[in-house]
Design a binder for this molecule. Structure first.
Ligand code: 26Q
Length: 729
């Protein structure tokens, strides 16, 4: 039975798939064959739920969320799907009988690295949450052939290795060749008058490529809902090729094919710093037009009027990366479906909402007018028209305030002319949110201040979150089981229930079990570190971890300087009263960000000195764990005693790693930045001690020698932050 979930059903499917789909017998199968056979068997079960979910959505005539994101970081699918289906143990037994180990098979999975970091992982967490909450949703994105590079360390420097995640196939996706849309690029526009005497504009493109849908099912936890992530792959339009081919222009046909496929070839590995590359704009537009055409297809198929598009689709813009969608929906409605401007604008403004993820000036997207006009000539005209009408509103509201008009314009005319995408996104959306309370407040006070004055009701805060299914139940089963034994499993769907652990704070048996779980996780990470780096670390030492993209504002270098301080203290006074401490770093640097790469080199150089010095041996260790991704994150987080969240205050929009470490019971060393502030309100504040406890971390937790966390009204913390230049220890 292809949908049964007993051990016998799963075993049968596993062996049948291995034999019939992959053409292998167990004795001749590679580990990857075995993994693929299991993955395909599980996918059958998941897809069945996907079909049923779609039928339910149609029957209920629901409004759909379309999450538009240039990045996703879903992490390995197998374990998550087993957890969500509730068949982990059955699957383990099903593969055990033919002699396979489930954990070994899991290790064969190559994760889709279709994002840089926080923003991409947030998109995947939302997909998981929406499915679990049984909300109708689809996540639209790009199927990059090469995702974020794999990181290796050579001589202390980062080396980038191409991510060939599709090399052995991807059992989780289903290609949908019937869902193919044309994408126009370049060229020019022409005004004309149609038979009814209407003013019309047509876009004569220089190139046409096509986008093909690839669907990956996204299951909810212990529910029947299964949503999907729909990723677009760029291909050449066949007819284009053939036209050239028939004229004997073989070279041009091949060139066109390469040009087309280039669009989804590779993920840009930068975060936060914008480079204004033409190909990046092509990627953004390609994502947007395929997704909107797909939504319009469904809408029309169901016989719904276009004037009510916004009543059936809620489109969330994950940062400004997909914000050209605002001009594209206007173009589709006005030029292709002949709605009048005002109706189209009403629909558009009620369709979109925009999430801002950064206040850093260098990360605010802006496109040179000339570049946007060359690639998307019609969109530039539409943006000008939106701007003309919008600035009219501003002038009506603030007569004579031309400085304000210039500040708010969708076009930056202070030097070379640019389109300000955050302004486009704000004007074209019904809501704008930041990703943590402080960030949302700062957004209203700085980057979008004028807009918040004009439309205060548009602005809101949605503090980021993380899924406890993947980051606790999958990543740290012993901890999840311990918690569930004490307070039941409701917390996996409602994290507020974790409060019920507070009453166990004095329960010695519970604390003992907690420490055992933590120590076991540290032992596991220590083994992994030895395997990947050759460094031996002591699992009973404090594990002090900073894992995130490398950035100056995140201040890995500050942490490095702290290590040097401790090192010199030990050198001066070898008997110094310091607890054994292992500093663990992980994170990728953008390939073109030299300072970030230098910080990695600095950390590795410090590690070289510290780890081989007999004076500090066993009391101080430094490790750079290579290739931080979701899979490695799941190994690293459970083992942390201390979580470093020390960004320069005001710079980290939210952070989400901070939440993952906190859920694993680590103590946060953090600045009052991003979501750290809200985490602190939830978990309480510890007084920092002037001196370190003498004992190693075997029983009492770090920095609380008597084991009694003390609540603090917050004053001490703010004072410390001021005194230490916002580095709160
Ligand atoms: C844009 C244009 C061209 C090339 C690349 C980019 C680009 C790509 C990725 C710009 C930014 C990003 C990623 C940003 C990001 O991850 N931001 C983080 O988002 C998290 C989720 O909200 C927050 O928790 C972090 O604070 C924020 O830094």
């Amino acid at each position: 039975m292809r949908s049964g979930t007993t051990v016998a059903d799963l075993k049968q499917s596993f062996l049948d798939t291995l034999f019939c789909t992959l053409g292998r017998v167990p004795s001749a199968a590679t580990p990857h064959d075995l993994y693929t056979a299991l993955a395909l068997s599980i996918r059958d079960r998941v897809l069945k739920q996907g079909v049923q979910t779609l039928e339910t959505y149609h029957a209920r005539d629901v409004r759909m969320v379309a999450y538009l994101s240039a990045e996703y970081l879903p992490g390995p699918h197998l374990a998550n799907n087993l957890l969500n289906l509730g068949i982990w143990d059955q699957a383990r037994q099903a593969v055990e009988e033919p002699g396979c180990d489930l954990d070994f098979l899991r290790q064969q999975e190559e994760e889709p690295g279709l994002g840089n970091g926080g923003l991409g992982r947030l998109a995947s967490c939302f997909m998981d949450s929406m499915a679990t909450l049984e909300l109708p949703a689809v996540g639209y994105g790009l199927r990059y052939e090469f995702g974020i590079f794999d990181q290796a360390i050579r001589d202390g420097w980062q080396v980038e290795i191409t991510d060939k995640w599709l090399r052995f196939g991807n059992p989780w996706e289903v290609v949908r060749p019937e869902l193919t849309f044309e994408v126009k690029l370049g060229g020019y526009t022409e005004a004309w008058t149609d038979e009814q005497g209407r003013y019309r504009v047509r876009w004569i493109p220089q190139h046409v490529v096509q986008g093909i849908a690839y669907d990956t099912p996204i299951l909810g936890y212990h529910v029947n809902t299964c949503n999907r992530m729909r990723l677009w792959k760029a291909e050449a339009v066949e007819s284009f090729d053939f036209a050239a081919f028939n004229h004997g222009d073989y070279y041009r046909a091949v060139h066109d094919k390469m040009f087309s496929e280039n669009i989804t070839k590779v993920l840009y590995p930068n975060d936060e710093v914008i480079q204004g590359k033409n190909l990046r704009l092509e990627q953004q537009y390609f994502l947007v037009t395929c997704s909107l055409q797909d939504m319009l297809r469904v809408h029309r198929l169901l016989g719904r009027p276009l004037e009510k598009f916004h009543e059936k689709w809620a489109v969330q813009l994950n940062d400004t990366h997909p914000s050209i969608a605002i001009a594209e929906l206007m173009r589709l409605l006005v030029d292709e479906y002949l709605l009048d401007w005002d109706t189209a604008w009403h629909v558009t403004r009620h369709t979109f909402a925009y999430t801002n993820h950064t206040l850093l000036p260098e990360a605010l997207e802006k496109w040179p007018v000339a570049m946007l006009g060359a690639l998307l000539p019609r969109h530039l005209e539409i943006i000008y028209e939106i701007n003309r009408r919008f600035l009219g509103e501003v002038r009506a509201q603030f007569p004579g305030d031309e400085a304000r008009v210039a500040r708010m314009s969708l076009i930056d005319e202070t030097g070379e002319r640019y389109i300000r995408m955050a302004h486009v996104a704000t004007v074209g959306s019904h809501h704008v949110n930041g990703v943590a309370r402080l960030h949302s407040d700062l957004l209203k006070q700085t980057v979008l201040r004028d807009f918040a004055e004009l439309w205060p009701e548009k602005f809101c805060n949605v503090t980021n979150g993380v899924t406890p299914r993947r980051f606790m139940a999958v990543a740290n089963p012993p901890l999840a089981q311990l918690i569930t034994r004490r307070i039941g499993d409701g917390w996996l769907k409602n994290l507020d229930e974790l409060r019920r652990l507070e009453s166990l704070a004095d329960d010695a048996a519970f604390r003992q079990e907690w420490r055992e779980v933590k120590l076991a996780a540290k032992r596991q990470l220590a083994r992994c570190i030895a395997q990947h780096t050759g460094v031996t670390v002591d699992p009973t030492s404090l594990f002090d971890i900073q894992a995130k993209r490398i950035h100056e504002y995140k201040r890995q270098h500050l942490n490095a300087l702290h290590i040097l301080t401790l090192y010199l203290r030990l050198k001066r006074d070898p008997q110094a009263d310091l607890p054994a401490r292992t500093f663990i770093f992980a994170g990728k640097a953008a390939p073109g960000y030299f300072m970030a790469k230098l910080i990695i080199k600095l950390i590795n150089s410090i590690a070289d000195v510290v780890n081989r010095d007999p004076v500090v041996r066993d009391r101080l260790k430094v490790v750079f764990f290579p290739d931080f991704n979701v899979k490695n994150g799941q190994r690293i987080c459970p083992a942390a005693d201390l979580s470093e969240q020390i960004s320069t205050a005001g710079k980290e929009a939210s952070g989400t790693g901070n939440m993952k470490f906190a859920l694993d019971g680590a103590l946060t060393i953090g600045t009052l930045d991003g979501a750290n502030i809200e985490i602190r309100e939830e978990v309480g504040v510890f007084h920092a001690r002037a001196k370190w406890p003498t004992s190693r971390l075997t029983d009492a937790g770090p920095m609380v020698p008597d084991g009694q966390p003390r609540r603090d009204p917050g004053v001490a913390c703010s004072r410390l932050v001021r005194q230490r230049g916002s580095h709160l220890v």
